[in-house]
Design a protein around this ligand. Structure first.
Ligand code: ZN
Ligand code: FE
Length: 257
């Protein structure tokens, strides 16, 4: 029986530890210290490192973890990352025998060009780094709006009950923007209240689920007329094509306070 531990780091990152009570794999260890602490506290032995993209808040702890544990490092082939032993592309499967864990790899370019996501089909888990967030999506540092839209739609095609383990707690700010983009969405307004209550108690809003994101995340709703209408009302859109809608949404969010 596998579990996922939430390890907060920096100001708003989540690092993830997948474990069976004995062995553990870590996803996106941007900082080694909280990972080593969690491994010690739960008496876990690290057997694999999994990376989604090259940003330092996701890979910064790898070198120090490798000083303590000689383990394979799985990472996207197309992102520049040190210490990688197992470069991955879409269609690859990561098999971690000691955990009886299989992860399939999806290419999800946009935030970075090489960004990948890991799907544990049997468990219904998605580890998607900075691609899909609860209520939002990652910034386009390297890719185009068309690439990011295609990446998000690939993730949205996963089963609705798939749990989304994204890498940041950005949910409240994301949902504030979502409500501006789609003011008539009652499910979204209700979600905002639920997530706010969690944050007031110091609880994470992550993992989210694909079903919840499809009903409330504007970046997964770029094909809906309501979103295009709102963008037009804001004077941010002049043609109704999904990539233009997505690009206008992302632009608006970049400057939204
Ligand atoms: Zn990033
Ligand atoms: Fe990040």
């Amino acid at each position: 029986m596998l579990n996922v531990l939430t390890v907060p780091a920096f100001s708003d990152n989540y690092l993830w530890i997948i474990h069976d009570g004995v062995n553990a794999a870590v996803v996106d260890p941007g900082d080694a210290t909280p990972i080593l602490d969690a491994l010690n506290k739960h008496k876990l032995s690290l057997i694999a490192i999994l990376l989604t993209h090259h940003h330092s808040d996701h890979v910064g702890g790898v070198a120090r973890l490798l000083q303590h544990y000689d383990v394979p490092v799985y990472a996207p082939r197309k992102d520049p990352i040190a210490h990688v032993t197992q470069p991955l592309d879409e269609g690859d499967t990561v098999s971690i025998a000691a955990l009886d864990l299989k992860l399939s790899v999806l290419d999800v370019p946009g935030h970075t060009l090489g960004h990948i996501a890991y799907v544990a089909k049997e468990q219904g888990w998605l580890f998607c780094g900075d691609t899909l967030f609860a209520g939002g999506c990652g910034r386009l540092f390297e890719g185009t709006p068309a690439q990011m839209l295609a990446s998000l739609e690939k993730l949205a095609a996963l089963p609705d009950d798939t749990k989304i383990y994204c890498a940041h707690e950005y949910t409240i700010a994301n949902l504030r923007f979502a409500m501006a983009a789609e003011p008539g969405n009652d499910t979204l307004a209700a979600r905002y209240k639920t997530e706010q209550a969690k944050r007031e108690q110091g609880l994470p809003t992550v993992p989210s689920s694909i079903g919840l994101e499809k009903s409330t995340n504007p970046f997964l709703r770029a094909r809906l007329p309501a979103i295009a209408r709102q963008l037009m009302a804001e004077g941010r859109l002049d043609k109704q094509d999904p990539v233009a809608v997505f690009a206008a949404l992302r632009e608006w969010k970049n400057g939204f306070r």
